[in-house]
Design a binder for this molecule. Sequence first.
Ligand code: ADP
Ligand code: MG
Length: 702
Amino acid sequence: MGNCQSEPVQVVVEDCLDRSSTAVWDDATAAKWLPKDVHQRFKECLMTGEPTRESDRAVIAEAMFKWARGLGATDFAHWFFPMRGGGGAVGGCVGAFKMDTMIDLEWSSPEANKPFKATLPADRLFQGETDGSSFPNGGLRVTHSAAAFTTWDRSSPPMIVDKVLRIPCSFVTHTGKCIDDKTPLLRSSDAVHREGLRLLTAMGMAKGAKAIHSFLGWEQEFFVVHAAHFKARPDLVNCGRTLIGALPTRNQQMDLNYFGPVPDRVERLMVILKEEMLKMGSPMAVRHNEVAPAQHEMCPIYSVCNASADSNALFMEIANREAGRLGLQVLFHEKPFAGINGSGKHANWSMGTDTGLNFFHPGKDDESRTIYTTAIACLAHGLCQYNELMRCAVAHAGNDHRLGAQEAPPAIISLYPGQGFEAHVDSIIAGGALLGYKAEKKMQSTGCKASMAVEANSEDRNRTAPFPHCGNRFEFRAVGSSQNCSFPVMICNVVMAAGMAHLADQLATGKKLRDCVAEMYKTNRHVIFTGNGYSAEWPEEAKKRGLPNLNTTPKALATFNCAKNKAIFQKLKVYEADETDARAEVMYENYNTTLAIEAKTMIHMMETGILPACAKDLQKYTNCKALVGDREQVYGSIKAGTQKLKEVLSKVPHSIQEEATYYCDVVKPQMVALREVVDTTEGLLESGLYPYPTYETLLYSH
Ligand code: ADP
Ligand code: MG
């Protein structure tokens, strides 16, 4: 097991909350409530992967029960993350619960009026069973063998939410196949641990490190609208995004919103969220307005990747619970509004040892610099050799509206380690030493007396890159705002572990580290790109370099379960071949279902909202033909466009791959064409007749 409990975070926030107000069973809580030896053995099991012994389980369950009861918990729930197949879910990809009560029958009690006792039996804390036949499983489970099991991810802390002790769990079938997002992430963390230690040992630089962890700090972007407006729009309710709507004249042209004052009610929501997340052991680091009107961002302090992914799912869930209490609705969709910025979830990702060494921090001594240069070679190898896989990590219907637009990284996956580092790579390829790159800060004058010179990083940030280096981590910027982080971070771990495994194998043959690293950079040089990812030239250049440009979900998904990907998943013990196939199937299903719901919602809105409004509008001109103008023709084309959409929908092919391509190439363009006329119509209709809250109302009503 490559995971360990996230370190307790020192909490210092302005409203004086501190650790004593948290309701999370983290390592510090466990240390307080468990006998020393039980706690020690629990942690050792996390390192070795051994089961927690039965007697310890009983002690842990009893201690956790007392702790949770002391904080008012009355129920407990296994909290797990069925593979929903990507993002795009209305409200975001949050988890599922198997709720249970902390009451059990007192079998031994002879008294008829006292048959119950409050308890948390160890076997139910550590494992649960559910009829999982309604969860997406990609063919891994047949209807007549429905049992599925939840089992505590011992490296992610339980917490109390609304009087429910929540236990983060893996979710597997009767035969141990993963049908969730968490289990593959945990397996990938194990792979990082295994291959990372093997590599460090081969380099002679393990220096007492016992574990390698991967870390995640997510930046969650989202929109907040009035709940009443949300409910009045069938497209938002059913699809999480608007299918029609013209931009207000003031949208984001003047860049006024970014970091601007947050509207009062949203500020209240964010403060509540900060407090709630802190109670759950996840201190939020950042909150601010984002670029588009009504768009915001929050992000926590990073932690081990699985616990951080859980905290993100919790964040999305609590955000909508609290928003509802304030009459608001949070939109986690990647593109709720056309024409203004969409939302991403940058996954700040790094890895390092339990002794505090960060692979992605250039470091101050020769050894850490060597590790840094070597680690980036491994990453370049992974990103280049499994380039399509990385693209699949963020492929779903919602993200297709975002990737490749001038606000998000392109759909081409490249690595941005910095321009200075790129030059260093070329020098290594040309025969130079691994050492020689120094990430020294530079002082830059502000040009005035009052403001002192700024200390600038040696490398600039590159917001146009899908995978830029950010000082001590990489930021996978292509992740969609509604996604569960587990899947994309699992793929980050896999590509990195693949690179580390490759290098460790090379070193095992007796080759020199410098030569192996140089060879890796040479082979994968074309994945490193430090220019402008938004430029028109980049797709051309990427094509010349042979980098894929999988600009739609169906194109990306067609590569997911290819032989090469299956082999690496299997080698790293992350997915068996059938689990890879299952995941592909679920992603296809998710895409197709999303598009089907969108198309049907659009037809419904045309027939019950837009077309009747058009008819009413036209009626007003029966005595004044001069003002009819284009109206008859434009409104007529909505009718025709709706008809056409129905027709194309009736011809959807049957195989899931063909279906996805058809939705993408035939249904979607028809929706776009129809939308165009409807948005023109919005400018023609008498204002009171538009049947839904307009963009202006949605974006500016806080
Ligand atoms: P940005 O400067 O990109 O806007 P933010 O400060 O909004 O960054 O978010 C940065 C995120 O990266 C935070 O969640 C932070 O805790 C996280 N982070 C910082 N260092 C690391 C690291 N070594 N590994 C993973 N995440 C990190
Ligand atoms: Mg960032």
